[in-house]
Design a protein around this ligand. Structure first.
Ligand code: GLA
Length: 695
């Protein structure tokens, strides 16, 4: 059992890590330890009992509480802020009881209770032993007779060892330019990253990694964590003036309120966090395995090579144009044909149609069946693009239900890409969309859905809200999960892809439902290398849908473009009719090669050998779980001459076994490949893929 109760409190142990907390002498639930696993549960230090500092800072200000409420003479960022019906606005949480649940994934519940009001907060801890991850979330229950307003309720506060100087790494970006890695020292005060956009967003991702400024890809202490949530979120890293560094993570409290009626409970989304001495690569591999093994609906199903029509035909889809692409895609070895935007009622451009989810009668006079039958006859599966949360004012749905969108009464309704957002917080809206999309899936042989979301929120009003209208931020996402979850339950074989204008909804919340993420609308391959590196900090390669398109085609060879996309779940999105026979034949060869290596790419361990964000010569390697085979990709963008490429030091091989690397004569020990390295020769905008096999 990885959860121990001792006289000092509780110890949560994973394969290589330990996490401990307990009650200190003041009765506060206090953090004790997070780091390498110690030999004995008794080894973990006792909860500290800090003194205060003058009349301005009571002991509580200096205490690393596991879940601080707003109370006392204490100004560190609290996890919980509430208002009681009588106007009292602090919350004094004290330990009430603990409960251990010996389930497959063991769970510890710590009940805290306000000292004056019948209000209970339960801290949930689950131990994902094999992945070195601790999961935390919180439920708050109103046991009283009057409502309580929750104004902030975060999922966790993660404490780093006291006294350290830390650096935080996070991701930032924007549409067409997601997932830039950024590292910066944490200084006294607060560093906040967040989303207020209704989705997790292109701009920041609910992920952090903290180190002491000296970790690299392969080694060094890294503490990392995520929030599994697809709506507004916040990460606040705070360094106190008493050398304590804590990283809080949870629902964004901006414009947030939740009215907790008598007898009701509220549950936060979970945060998963871990520690590793194995550097940033070690942190990523833990998340990758966890996501693949436990979150994804089909985490161990090999993804098919897909074709997507968007960049080829845009909105000009119809039966003949798609069948022309279908025939060519099938010849190239594509296994899944996905028709993107433009197929549904009234959709000739982005000004109309969203909401009317049936085939456009002019473009598909006989419905989708003839197209799907042709796709299936050629041995491929069929997939479709939808954007269910959206509506164009120019649609039958909006004309029938103008009140169904998110809006403030009387205010203009600001459109983005000519569309408004359906209020998925409303049960009637959810039911309508479930019914529409369910019909589509029931009537057609559809194996794949790309679920898009192409704008962020404005005028976040909910005029008929039964509770506090500010609940919309959370209820919208709960509604989204309900709609998507119901459709998934009814059609469990469908593979879903999460897209929000590219990577605007890439988070562990959506990966309960979606198996893949459309990483970016930017398919230019050198930009994509950098975006893929950022993405890979969190997400495994099987979730990373990557197409070869016509972006960059004038300057960059097809081979390079394929190699970039072969680092994830390969797709093609170029205009195949215009490609010509020679290019299609070359593409067919790359697709055939990808089918030979994809089990290693999609399910293997990822090692980032050289960073494309930092260097024009970059490389990644994937190693099968049994270490018997690996795949290496190396890319050179632009280096001024004379350029000598440094050796690539392979990773993850068994040191004493011998391996052959494609293109190099003679087998060498894993140790030799890892320490003496491998030389590859590349000119500007050249790349290579090498299969590596144990002999
Ligand atoms: C978004 C997606 C694209 C494409 C278009 C269609 O931008 O990210 O891949 O599906 O919508 O309108």
């Amino acid at each position: 059992m990885p959860i121990h109760t001792t006289d000092r409190g509780w110890v949560l142990e994973t394969r290589t890590t330990g996490y401990a907390f307990g009650l200190n002498q003041a009765g506060l639930l206090t953090h004790r330890y997070w780091g390498a696993r110690l030999p004995d549960p008794a080894d973990y230090p006792a909860a500290p009992n800090p003194a205060g500092w003058a009349s301005f800072n009571n002991p509580a200000q200096l205490t690393a509480e596991e879940y601080p409420g707003y109370d006392d003479i204490k100004f560190i960022d609290p996890c919980l802020k509430v208002s009681f019906a009588d106007g009292v606005r602090d919350v004094v949480l004290r330990f009430e009881s603990a409960e251990l649940r010996e389930l497959d994934i063991p769970e510890l519940l710590i009940n805290l209770r306000d000292t004056m009001y019948p209000f209970r907060v339960t801290l949930h801890y689950r131990v994902h032993e094999a992945y070195d991850l601790i999961e935390r979330w919180v439920t708050a229950t109103n046991h009283g007779e009057t409502p309580i307003t929750l104004e902030r309720i975060w999922s966790a506060q993660w404490h780093l060892p006291l006294g350290g100087e830390y650096r935080m790494t996070h991701l930032h970006g924007r549409w067409l330019d997601e997932m830039h890695l950024r590292s910066e020292p944490l200084a006294p005060g607060r560093k906040v990253i967040e989303s207020r956009r209704l989705t997790s967003s292109h701009h920041h991702n609910p992920w952090f990694a903290a180190d002491r400024g000296n970790a690299d890809e392969n080694a060094g202490d890294v503490w990392f964590g995520v929030l599994a949530w697809s709506g507004n979120w916040q990460i606040c890293a705070e360094v106190t003036d008493f050398a304590s560094t804590r990283i809080s993570i949870g629902l964004n409290d901006w414009d947030f309120a939740w009215r907790l009626a008598p007898g009701e409970a509220f549950a936060t989304p979970p945060s998963y966090a871990g520690y590793t001495a194995g550097g940033f690569g070690g942190a990523s591999r833990r998340l990758h395995d966890f996501i693949r093994d436990t979150l994804l609906p089909h985490g161990h199903t090999l993804h098919k090579v897909l074709y997507n029509s968007w960049e080829a035909t845009l909105f000009d889809v119809d039966e003949p144009s798609q069948i022309a692409l279908v025939e060519l895609a099938a010849e190239m070895g594509v296994e899944l044909f996905v028709m993107d935007d433009g197929w549904f009622h009234g959709r000739d451009n982005d000004t109309a149609g969203l909401g009317d989810w049936w085939p456009d009668e002019r473009k598909f006079p006989n419905g989708l069946a003839p197209l799907i039958e042709r796709v299936n006859a050629l041995g491929m599966e069929f997939g479709l693009w939808i954007e269910p949360e959206m509506v164009n004012p120019n649609s039958d749905l909006y004309r029938a239900h103008p009140d169904w969108v998110i809006h403030f009464p009387g205010r203009p309704r600001t459109t983005g890409r000519n569309q408004l957002i359906l209020n998925f917080a409303r049960a009637d809206v959810q039911d309508h969309i479930i019914d529409r999309i369910d019909r589509l899936l029931a009537q057609q042989n559809i194996a794949f859905i790309k679920w898009d979301m192409n704008r962020n929120v404005s005028e976040p009003g909910w005029p008929s809200a039964p509770g506090d209208p500010r609940e919309i931020w959370v209820r919208y996402v709960q509604g989204l999960y309900r709609v998507w979850g119901t459709l998934y339950e009814r059609h469990p074989h469908v593979i879903w892809q999460s897209c929000s204008g590219g990577g605007g909804r890439a988070d562990l919340g959506i990966l309960h439902l979606a198996d893949q993420i459309w990483v970016s609308d930017n398919t230019e391959p050198t930009a994509r290398l950098a975006i893929q590196e950022g993405f890979s900090q969190i997400f495994p390669a099987n979730t990373m849908e990557a197409w070869v398109t016509d972006m960059g085609a004038a300057e960059i060879p097809l081979e390079f473009r394929f190699h970039v996309s072969m680092c994830g779940s390969l797709g093609v999105g170029g205009h195949l009719v215009r490609w010509g026979a020679a290019r299609r034949e070359e593409a067919a060869r790359w697709i055939a090669l990808y089918k030979e290596i994809r089990h290693v790419v999609q399910f293997g361990d990822l090692y980032r050998l050289r960073s494309p964000q930092a260097q024009p010569f970059s490389a990644v390697q994937y190693v099968s779980k049994d270490h018997s085979e690996a795949v290496l990709f190396a890319f050179r963008t632009h280096l001024p001459p004379p350029a000598q490429l440094p050796p690539l030091y392979l990773r993850g091989l068994d040191p004493n076994d011998h391996y052959e690397v494609e293109g190099v004569a003679g087998a060498r020990s894993g140790s030799a490949w890892m320490h003496a390295g491998l030389h590859v020769e590349l000119l500007d905008f050249q790349s290579t893929v090498r299969r590596i096999k144990r002999v």
